[in-house]
Design a protein around this ligand. Structure first.
Ligand code: THU
Length: 137
């Protein structure tokens, strides 16, 4: 688990990233910040498209930035929305791909009002698809 000051920093980074969201169709702005195993913070926001299915979520946008910068291990995530929403299933599965132990990865959600909520990835996606499943056939 990460220290409180790091959680605060991640939350601030997610809130700042949220201001950059491009969400003219849903009006639901999302910012994400990821802490990697080397202490770097990577941010992303949702980027929508007139062809709705082309849109990408904030979390996966942050993951793409992290991976394309050469980092591979996610240690914690913060997500900022207006209502403190948790990451969608696609994003949870994508996060799972790059963590060592889902029970040790904090997922912090923060809304415009009120205190952040702290989860661990393993509780948000307890039965995600993994290499174990692939080997069962
Ligand atoms: N969205 C995210 O960015 N992350 C999530 O985990 C859930 C949803 C975005 C997608 C879309 O642009 C908007 O929120 C409404 O669904």
């Amino acid at each position: 688990m990460i220290e409180n000051t790091m959680t605060d920093q991640l939350v601030l980074a997610a809130q700042a990233a949220r201001l950059l969201a491009y969400a003219p169709y849903s009006g639901y702005l999302v910012g994400a910040a990821i802490l990697d195993s080397r202490g770097n913070i990577w941010t992303g926001c949702n980027v929508e498209n007139i062809s709705y299915g082309v849109s990408i979520c904030a979390e996966r946008s942050a993951i793409c930035t992290m991976i394309s910068s050469g980092e591979r291990e996610i240690c914690a995530v913060a997500v900022a929305t207006r209502d403190g929403g948790t990451p969608c299933g696609l994003c949870l599965q994508t996060l799972l791909e790059f963590v060592r132990d889902p029970q040790k990865v904090q997922v912090v959600t923060v809304s415009d009002v009120g205190e952040p909520s702290v989860y661990v990835l393993g509780e948000l996606i307890p039965h995600g698809f993994s290499s174990k499943d692939l080997r069962r056939t």
